[in-house]
Design a protein around this ligand. Structure first.
Ligand code: GDP
Length: 175
């Protein structure tokens, strides 16, 4: 935890999960309340900040986005280094993105902080007609792996704030 003049705590958190599950849109929703139809073309780590008031303290969360590196299996250990929290995202309309969660959890636990706070997010909950992963599947994996869980829609701005705030508040409590 590092101090700067606008906030009491500063910490790093990461977004992780398969390509096109909605990571960058979740982040822009949370950081700027925007939704973008096009996927970003850029490669390289991107991050955003948001200050969160917790009690009488202000926590500044630095949230890293892979910016597409996962497509090339190019996420390096430095991406995870020092991160205290993670949002692990899958797409409820693509079963494969759910099946790959084990791989992501393995990576998070291999490279991440030992007691990293992980929130599991099933995104695109607005696309009910194309659902391939039941809510119960997300819940039972979360229970099995001891994670917080919720479904979100970056498009409809459902639960996005909740997911990030849950992670940030938990990190704050252990930091
Ligand atoms: P990333 O590769 O994980 O960062 O995914 P993006 O944020 O670039 O999103 C991939 C695609 O999914 C884009 O076409 C987005 O518009 C779309 N998308 C992201 N979140 C949602 C959502 O909650 N609902 C719907 N319907 N589409 C979404």
């Amino acid at each position: 935890t590092v101090l700067d003049d606008e906030c009491d705590y500063l910490f790093k958190t990461v977004l992780i999960g398969d390509s096109a599950v909605g990571k960058s849109n979740l982040l822009s929703r949370f950081a700027k309340d925007e939704f973008h139809i096009d996927s970003k073309p850029t490669i390289g780590v991107e991050f955003a900040y948001r200050n969160v008031k917790i009690g009488d303290k202000v926590a500044k969360a630095q949230i890293w986005d892979t910016a597409g590196q996962e497509r090339f299996r190019a996420i390096t250990s430095s991406y995870y280094r020092g991160a205290l929290g993670a949002i692990l995202v899958y797409d409820i309309t693509r079963r494969g993105t759910f099946e790959n969660l084990k791989k992501w959890l393995h990576e998070l636990r291999e490279y991440g902080n030992r007691d990293m706070v992980i929130v599991l997010v099933g995104n695109k909950s607005d696309l009910v007609d194309s659902r391939e992963v039941d809510v119960e599947d997300g819940q039972s994996l979360a229970q099995q792996e001891n994670l917080c869980f919720m479904e979100t829609s970056a498009k409809e701005n459902l639960n996005v704030e909740d997911a990030f705030l849950q992670m940030i508040t938990k990190v704050f409590k252990i930091a």
